[in-house]
Design a protein around this ligand. Structure first.
Ligand SMILES: NC(=O)c1ccc[n+]([C@@H]2O[C@H](COP(=O)([O-])OP(=O)(O)OC[C@H]3O[C@@H](n4cnc5c(N)ncnc54)[C@H](O)[C@@H]3O)[C@@H](O)[C@H]2O)c1
Length: 266
């Protein structure tokens, strides 16, 4: 009997998997015996990633904000793989800047990719998961979906919204045996450098952010993409059969709370 954490022959689509966290998740799915659809808008790097992952991976062009793309990809995947057992909504955009200077068109694009995208994805993939007897969806939010931060108002709104979407979807899809959960990775840790944060001065953030007490006073370790990928693949697996409609922070305590200086235990 295979381990409950195995993903043997599970067919799982990962969005935004050409690089960064999505690529790490896709690679881990293959490690665990799964079959992965690397979906992205970055065709060259996406195809390259799928080729590197070997025969168990294929590349599909998919703009998550396009209903047409979702229908086309689901059709092709049904033809080639016979269906899907899982979906990881990982693709997202980050934008930074003062709230009063947010460009409405740019905010609309973040909402389309980060929030409408996962909604369209769940909507398109739900019948395939149902046909396979119930599957698993993992939505990648952020600690930005558990708290707010200056400079990231639109991103925060999309990542909080994604948690709400996950819960509603967990209730509806749960009727057919599909589980839907949310992973909230830590953001801004220097050990989680992905291209997503290239434009973001991580060192300066970590040194100057006013609220990093756990980080400063004994955070056990920084998270990296592998820590987050482990949580995602666990949630995709049967080991997580008891979990749906829940949020899983992988932030090494970033959102656990604050130390109160002067009180015992500090
Ligand atoms: N990097 C971090 O520190 C961090 C922290 C917390 C949460 N996250 C979340 O993790 C996820 C992955 O982040 P990352 O750092 O790997 O990002 P990344 O920018 O490295 O990768 C994102 C991928 O999404 C793709 N993409 C962009 N728009 C798309 C679209 N419309 N359709 C399909 N694909 C599209 C990009 O081409 C890219 O390959 C995101 O949901 C992000 O919000 C990241």
């Amino acid at each position: 009997m295979s381990e409950p954490t195995a993903l043997t022959d599970r067919r799982i689509l990962v969005t935004g998997a050409a690089q960064g966290l999505g690529r790490t998740i896709a690679a881990r799915i293959v490690d665990l015996g799964g079959v992965v659809v690397v979906a992205d808008v970055a065709d060259e790097s996406g195809a390259h990633t799928a080729a590197e992952l070997g025969d168990a991976a294929t590349y599909e062009h998919l703009d998550v904000s396009s209903e047409h793309d979702w229908a086309a990809v689901c059709g092709r995947v049904t033809d080639s793989l016979g269906g899907l057992d899982g979906l990881v909504n990982n693709a997202a955009l980050l934008d930074m800047g003062p709230l009063e200077q947010i460009e409405p068109d740019r905010a609309r694009r973040l909402l389309e990719v980060n929030l409408l995208g996962p909604l369209l994805g769940i909507r398109a993939v739900a019948p395939l998961l149902r046909a396979s007897g119930g599957g698993a969806v993992v939505n990648v939010s952020s600690i930005g979906g558990l708290e707010g931060m200056n400079s990231t108002a639109t991103y925060n709104a999309t990542k909080w919204g994604l948690r709400g979407l996950s819960r509603a979807a967990a209730l509806e899809l749960g009727l057919d045996g599909t589980r839907v959960n949310t992973v909230c990775p830590g953001m801004g840790n220097p050990d989680m450098p992905t291209p997503f944060l290239d434009r973001f001065d991580l060192d300066r953030y970590v040194q100057t952010a006013p609220r990093l007490p756990f980080h400063q006073h004994g955070q056990p370790r920084n998270v990296d993409v592998h820590d987050v990928a482990e949580m995602v693949v666990w949630l995709l697996s049967d080991a997580a059969r008891g979990c749906t409609g829940a949020d899983f922070a992988v932030d090494a305590g970033w959102t656990a709370g604050t130390y109160a200086e002067g009180l015992p235990g500090f």
